[in-house]
Design a protein around this ligand. Structure first.
Ligand SMILES: Cc1cc2nc3c(=O)[nH]c(=O)nc-3n(C[C@H](O)[C@H](O)[C@H](O)COP(=O)(O)O)c2cc1C
Length: 400
């Protein structure tokens, strides 16, 4: 049975959610599931904006059939060629033989690569600034290369003042009936997933997101329809403010993230002592994670949120503890910038973990790595409390 919702009188949500998939891109845990959003516009011409993932194929097809209510499909706008939005394109082309695909030139070649579909004869290839009238509506196509992939474009509907934003402004998390941001408590229930989605999926491409935000600023936008997560119409300012911070790599909170690795608990103990000292000095926003216990996507998201990072790790086989190494590699790959970082190392015979962490951090942009590192020899010694105290003092002074 179909399950759709009206976005506007002539615009229908035809997507659906998957709560079975454990990892998005087979990488990022999604305990709250994920939605694959898709939209049907019923104008003089009918338009489907992107398809969905195979996993919701049956529901999606029923939804499109219901939304079209016996009409043919005239246009299928393909904004992003990632398979979670495209795996039902060939099904749509079979069901609606008259439908034309509207996409960028790059998307057309990806369609052939992924699905062996030669859609040249039924494609309307669009470029920056091209428009398409569907009757009452005029659609503007805006290229958004590398706002996830190179072929990405977004579509502005002039009449509804609505942006179909592809993966931009998307969020992990399944939808449960309430699909609008003003029907849910986004800040408390969804923000962490929004941040984790952005930082891990698009985090690397801050400059490209900035370019899209500049183009979007020139448009009068009242509603944003992304390909994942809630439809935005109530809290656009909140979302745009977050996107501005995330895409310029500015921290959201004056806060300390302590990420530690540990085998036997001694580095963890030092991290706990430091957290206590920070708290005594009045730092209230402290988040602490064991890098072996916390998924790296959470660590990345928290690193984008916090202004100060404390990285604490044992030496391992003459190098850095592997989970810490992987987390740091992700921060570098995702282009994190503008953070102050303190280091704490541990080692029983030849500690070198601080040196390794410093090397990675110094190869990143605009990272301030505090001088020196608290260096444990197996466990925190009484005489090292003063060094931890001084570190807590320095961080607290910067935060307050
Ligand atoms: C497989 C393995 C390799 C290690 N390699 C080194 C090393 O190269 N240099 C060193 O000083 N300590 C090395 N260590 C020791 C740990 O870094 C050290 O015991 C540290 O104190 C552990 O801190 P923790 O109590 O927080 O786990 C190694 C330990 C293990 C298990």
């Amino acid at each position: 049975m179909h399950s759709t919702r009206k976005i506007k009188d002539d615009l229908i949500y035809v997507g659906g959610s998957d709560r079975r998939l454990s990892r998005f891109e087979n990488l990022f845990p999604i305990p709250r599931g994920v939605s694959y959003n898709s939209y049907v516009l019923l104008d003089e011409k009918t338009v489907l904006f992107d398809t969905a993932d195979d996993s919701i194929g049956r529901l999606f097809c029923e939804n499109v059939t219901y939304a079209l209510d016996g009409r043919a499909l005239d246009y299928l706008v393909v904004q992003h060629m990632e398979p979670d939005h495209c795996s039902l394109i060939d099904e749509m082309l079979r069901r609606y033989p008259e439908a034309k695909i509207v996409c960028s030139a790059k998307a057309l070649s990806m369609l052939a690569q992924f699905y062996g579909l030669d859609a040249k004869d039924r494609a309307l290839v669009v470029a920056e600034g091209d428009k398409l009238s569907t009757g009452q509506h005029t659609l503007h196509f805006i290229m958004a290369p590398m706002v996830h992939w190179p072929e990405v474009m977004v579509t502005y509907d002039e009449q509804h003042k609505l942006l179909f934003s592809a993966d931009a402004f998307g969020t992990f998390g399944a939808l449960a009936g309430n699909i609008f941001d003003d029907e849910i408590n986004f800040d408390s229930a969804w923000m962490n997933d929004a941040r984790r989605y952005y930082t891990n999926i698009v985090g690397k491409y801050g400059a490209q997101v900035q370019a899209l935000l500049k183009k979007a600023a020139a448009l009068d936008i009242e509603t944003i329809c992304p390909l994942h997560g809630p439809v935005w119409r109530g809290h656009l300012a909140l979302l745009l403010e977050k996107y501005q911070l995330w895409s310029t790599y500015q921290p959201e909170d004056k806060a300390v993230l302590i990420a530690y690795a540990t085998l036997y608990g001694n580095t963890e103990n030092a991290a706990n002592v430091l957290a206590g000292l920070l708290a005594e000095k009045g730092v209230r926003s402290i988040a602490m994670y064991d890098v072996s216990e916390t998924d790296v996507s959470e660590l990345v998201a928290e690193s984008f949120r916090c202004s100060h990072l404390v990285l604490a790790a044992p030496t391992y086989n003459g190098g850095l503890y592997p989970r810490m190494e992987a987390y740091l590699a992700d921060l570098k790959a995702l282009n994190l910038q503008n953070r102050t970082v303190a280091l704490l190392e541990n080692g029983t015979w030849a500690p070198v973990s601080a040196k390794h962490m410093r090397t990675v951090l110094e190869s990143m942009k605009n990272m301030t790595v505090l001088e020196g590192a608290v260096a444990l020899k197996s466990a925190l010694a009484e005489g090292q409390l003063a060094a931890l105290e001084a570190l807590a003092e320095e961080i607290a002074a910067q935060i307050q």
